[in-house]
Design a protein around this ligand. Structure first.
Ligand code: PLP
Length: 408
């Protein structure tokens, strides 16, 4: 596990952690919404714009070649990081949301027919609900939802019962952004494939907390966002098996996704460019590649162990607070803690914590259905990254106790 000394060194890599909020040291516990960026990622982006800003793929000049190489290196880095078989199985997108929309508009439009069924779960982020809901409306198909138990764990036996010969697609979150539940995706992928059903994994909240090996998992598609992985906003990726991508129609059309165009006919480009129309976020992709390298240099196992330690510590400490209830008590969890505090509204909690320089998220976390499942409208959510410390959790606990004193 990372030592206290290592963590203090790591904290120095993240310039924003030195910020003062209302004259107090920032405690950033909103990592599930977006993570902070290390200086090396910021430098990489500055370096791109300062020294080789240029458009990719089409230029013969030195800057364009350098930009193209760095962009494609970033793709290869993602490929290796998630152990994809081919680099062209990685498509750069704006993030998890765009990746899912791409799949709904291409794979979904092509393969879902009237009366078919798509299975998602009660734990999904809106990004993995709404695109499927709209597709179902267009196709007159049906959205089926895997229920959860009171701990926020998927009911696997119920899931098995929901599969019928009408089930044509499963799209499932790996780690719940609102409860922290880690779903047993390997088992679920095996079940899906035993019925020949393709499966999409939403790894927006897992790529930063768990090791992902798409070949070992054998998922058909996987989506993720760079900004949740210490990289810039506006960049993410879609992984898909090559044979599936090959058979899918393009998503957006225009430059770069074509091989030749005449007014009579257009021939689409090969993978991965077929799905990357227009000028992409070149700096963002390069920044994402650098973020992966940064995490690998620290050691992903070290990060996972330390984040588990933070989760256990925070859970123990928060449970000492009279009237605090953790929402989402799954056996396997990532470092996300949602809670209610007596009958104090989460927005009041969030505002009062902010006064103390503590950033948490309050609300439904873009997953209203799971809030309704627990008969609540909102929670307060503290989510941890490997640059957080026990001292910061102590500050959170102290501030929450002060809030209780203020209200009662
Ligand atoms: N899926 C999950 C589980 C998420 O937590 C999020 C963002 O919070 C998304 C999808 C959407 O990610 P983005 O907004 O980066 O596209």
């Amino acid at each position: 596990m990372l030592s206290t000394e290592q963590i203090s060194q790591i904290r120095k890599d993240f310039p924003i952690l030195k910020e003062k909020i209302y004259n107090k040291n920032l405690v950033y516990l909103d990592n599930a919404a977006t993570t902070q960026k290390p200086q090396c990622v910021i430098d990489e982006i500055i370096n791109f714009y300062t020294h080789y800003n240029s458009n990719i793929h089409r230029g013969v000049h030195a800057l364009s070649q350098k930009a193209t190489n760095e962009y494609e290196n970033a793709r290869c880095r993602i490929q290796k990081f998630i152990n994809a078989k081919h680099s062209e199985e990685i498509i750069f997108t704006r993030g998890a949301t765009e990746s899912i929309n791409l799949l709904a508009a291409t794979f979904g439009m092509q393969n879902i027919k009237e009366n078919d069924e798509i299975i998602i779960s009660h734990l999904e982020h809106h990004a993995n609900i709404v695109p499927w809901q709209i597709l179902c409306q267009k196709k007159n198909a049906k959205l089926i939802v895997i229920p959860v138990n009171n701990n926020g764990e998927l009911l696997i036996d119920e899931f098995k019962k929901l599969i019928t010969n009408k089930t044509k697609l499963i799209s499932l979150v790996h780690v719940s952004n609102s409860l922290g539940t880690i779903n047993p995706i390997k088992e679920i992928i095996q079940i899906a494939h035993s019925h020949n059903i393709p499966i999409i994994i939403d790894a927006a909240q897992s790529i930063q907390h768990t090791k992902i090996d798409v070949q070992a998992l054998d998922c058909d598609f996987l989506v993720a966002s760079g900004h949740k992985f210490y990289a810039p906003t506006g960049i993410g990726f879609l992984y898909g098996k090559k044979n599936l991508f090959d058979n899918m129609p393009p998503y957006q059309t225009g430059g770069d996704m074509i091989l030749t165009v005449s007014f009579n006919k257009t021939i689409f480009n090969e993978l991965p460019y077929k799905f990357e129309a227009g000028t992409p976020d070149i700096a963002g992709a390069i920044g994402l590649g650098r973020a992966i390298q940064y995490v690998q240099d620290i050691g992903f196992d070290n990060i996972i162990d330390y984040e588990n330690h933070l989760l256990n510590y925070a859970t123990e400490q928060l449970l000492q607070i009279d009237g605090l209830k953790i929402i989402g008590t799954a056996k396997h969890k990532a470092s996300v803690l949602s809670f209610s505090l007596r009958d104090i509204h989460p927005h009041d909690i969030g505002t009062l914590l902010d006064n103390e320089g503590i950033a948490v998220r309050t609300g439904h976390h873009c997953s209203e259905p799971i809030m309704h499942r627990f008969d609540i409208d909102a929670t307060t959510r503290a989510s941890f990254a490997f640059y957080n410390t026990e001292e910061e959790i102590d500050r959170l606990v102290k501030a929450l106790k002060n809030i209780i004193n203020l209200f009662y």
